[in-house]
Design a protein around this ligand. Sequence first.
Ligand SMILES: [Zn+2]
Length: 367
Amino acid sequence: MKLKLRSFLLLLMLLIFSASHAQKAYKTKNVVIILIDGYRWEELFKGADFNLLNNKKFNTNDSLQRIKKYWSEDLNERRKKLMPFTWNYIAAHGQLYGNREWGNEVSVRNPYWISYPGRAEVLSGFVDDAINSNSYPNNPNPNLLEFLNKKNGFKNKVATFACWRATGRCLNPEKYGLMVNVPWQDIKSDHLTETERLANEMQHYVPHIFGDDERLDANVYALAKAYILAHHPKVTYIDFGDTDEYAHDGKYDKYLDDIYNLDSMIANLWEMMKKDPFYKDNTSFFIVPDHGRGIGDEWTDHGSSTPHSNETWFMVLGPDTKPLGEMKAKEQIFQTQYASTIAALLGFDYKLTAYATGEAIGTVMNK
Ligand SMILES: [Zn+2]
């Protein structure tokens, strides 16, 4: 009798143990992390801004054509015109956080509200106050990508394609043995596909319109897409930046055109990966900026002296994320929480005891 009771208890414990483990097993096996430098929550949720779109100072030419392309009196129509895939597809199948009109707030946690510290915060999942400028040298801190690259089955299956040289310093690939492609590096492989060759080649034929440290989003996209097709990375980090450059230049029309194009590139990647048996039904997209921007005429700037440029957003699309669309609950999320959330989707606990890593965001995993 005693023995039977013991075996019963043992079986019960085993059942409870496996049930609690089953809860953690998400469908996500691969992730694509997309960063859009300095894209504002205002345009994401409200579409083109009427005053900026109609201000000659911020629009180079063809303003009538841009108004036709991006303007509608109706908010839902307007944001769909600017980001059709986001509002027709992601809003129907994924989640979008950061519309402050509902009190759903996503914020930068580092005190600087600029690009390198923003990327460091997103990728490491904590704030290091010492990282205080865009010219900061190699980041000495651990990050999510090197954490994942050490996991079983992930070695050399983690790849980065970045618009900006500083993203390379932020990830410190020399220290961590990560595959990081920055301007103006080519994809290296013993057997390059024709698509990879073309993507490599094209980046050298376009003018350096943002200087020698930054290449165009279209080239970053081509390199990432060609690499995904050929090598099937499990974790792909794609780092875009034209939005921030055009905003600093005060070109609102170009800023809008770039986000319209990025929305289409994201759609294209999603559709391509959905058809690929390696990625089908097991891939999550996590899309974020690195900081916000000012409002009114200050939309061109960001940084701690520009109010509101700590206000951001993020969106998620994947097999473990309930289709709740635009999140309307009053809450405060920080970008220190992305790394642990992405790790959790892949079944890992990203908690670095030496650092104040943010908590995973439960609603992303239907909690
Ligand atoms: Zn930035």
